[in-house]
Design a protein around this ligand. Structure first.
Ligand SMILES: [Zn+2]
Length: 132
């Protein structure tokens, strides 16, 4: 059985990476396969942190808040994602807000980060804007 997608480890629905975030990671540059909701984009960005894909994170970061470059902390191991609440951000929306908890480990320590992120859709593609 293929491995569960990083963003689905805590879900009952154990979609594989190929069924979940990988098509977004592979299709972003050509914009061939795009997440249709803010939550799907957020999941794909979480998975990109897990898979160490800084380029995907930059490409899905809105230009108004995007850093020049992004260095990922390779000592941090992301262990699971819980989506607490998604507001708007559906297939017909242009703005969305997603509240989530990301779990991680660093060495012997474990922790979690709770965040409320905002997203906008521009020319059909969702972008991460900032955290409230
Ligand atoms: Zn996923």
């Amino acid at each position: 059985m293929p491995a569960t997608c990083p963003c689905r480890v805590l879900d009952e629905q154990k979609l594989s990476y190929a069924q979940c975030c990988q098509p977004f990671h592979l299709g972003r540059t050509q914009k061939t396969v795009l997440p249709q909701t803010a939550e799907a984009l957020m999941r794909s960005r979480y998975s990109a942190f897990v898979q160490l894909l800084p380029q995907y994170l930059l490409e899905t970061w809105h230009e108004s808040t995007r850093p020049e470059e992004l260095e990922l902390d390779e000592d941090l191991v992301w262990t699971g994602l819980e989506v607490v609440k998604a507001r708007a951000g559906g297939a017909g929306a242009n703005r969305g807000v997603v509240e989530f908890i990301a779990h991680y480990g660093r060495g012997a320590n474990a922790g979690s980060q709770r965040e409320v992120s905002t997203f906008v859709r521009q020319d059909g593609a969702w972008y991460y804007v900032d955290a409230l």
